[in-house]
Design a protein around this ligand. Sequence first.
Ligand SMILES: NC(=O)c1ccc[n+]([C@@H]2O[C@H](COP(=O)([O-])OP(=O)(O)OC[C@H]3O[C@@H](n4cnc5c(N)ncnc54)[C@H](OP(=O)(O)O)[C@@H]3O)[C@@H](O)[C@H]2O)c1
Length: 329
Amino acid sequence: MKLRALGASGLLVSPICLGTMTFGSPVNEADSISLVHAALDRGINFIDTANVYEGYNRFLGSAGGVAEEIVGKALRDRRDKAILATKVGAPVGPGPQDRGLSSVHILREVDRSLKRLRTDTIDLYIIHWPDKEVPLEITHGALETAVRQGKIRSFGVSNHAAWQMAELQAQSARWGWPRVVSSQIPFSLLRREFQHDLDYCQLRNIAVTSYQSLQGGLLTGKYRRGETAPADSRLAEKPQWMWPLNDALFDKLEAVERLAREVGTTPAKYSLAWTLTQPAMTSLIVGVKTVAQIEEALAALEVAIPAEHLPRIDAACAPPWKQPDPLRG
Ligand SMILES: NC(=O)c1ccc[n+]([C@@H]2O[C@H](COP(=O)([O-])OP(=O)(O)OC[C@H]3O[C@@H](n4cnc5c(N)ncnc54)[C@H](OP(=O)(O)O)[C@@H]3O)[C@@H](O)[C@H]2O)c1
């Protein structure tokens, strides 16, 4: 598999990244470890986790740590095969220092993540959500410290807008601090809010790593209009994490399915292949429950979206508003 540059980090990653948000529950520890090994064996070298992940047991403010522990065990004898990303910022307890992007929280959490992941260095440390209470230079300063201490190799952002990345870029230019190398955003055929920020990432060599590009499984064709959800599906097991099904949503899902059929592929592969065509899109973080789902994600790399499909996709799954360009069209 051809690896791709992760922005200006100097790291090379696979275009499919293994998501771990369901490690622990519903995917038990042994199966999660098997999934990590199956992914590595198939050429996926990029693994995404977070200090808060503990599968379906997670609630706002729960301690987390479960997915990192499992990933640490899975990589015990093959750490050098993986580019490892984890995140900080989401609540891990009730106290004021148990969340956010202050230096006290970041520098405490990085040590905890290193321990759980059983590693000396995190390849990509990601600030999970913007923190409006903490000045960006405090957050950036803490990340610079962690890089200097060798605890992280590089840092990225998640759920941040382009203007917030531009602020970080300006600080890097001003003080020589590490540059933001990646942006992790929700992005799928059904969720295109960050569409126009992709141009900024392309301009500044920031790698985009999308999450939920299958929209939690909605884009796989497993949910059918008028039918109950399959028993082992996320909608049946964890409806709180899913969008409610309705006719407007099924209109889109069925349109995607028709387009996929025209090129002889599945909606899952088609959806992932389309997401990979987006500017600056470097790696798709895919959540999986089975090895077959890993294989379907990898097979999406072979699917080409015909140019004539692009306006039809936009007609079915509308892009966000774009400023008109009276000068150049
Ligand atoms: N930065 C953030 O704020 C953030 C937020 C959310 C997620 N993430 C990251 O993104 C990763 C992916 O998120 P996600 O799991 O919510 O979204 P997703 O990749 O869109 O959905 C994954 C789910 O879809 C189903 N699925 C996957 N492949 C399938 C296939 N080929 N056929 C049928 N069903 C299939 C599986 O669920 P079932 O089989 O159970 O139906 C799987 O657990 C997470 O693990 C995490 O690493 C980051």
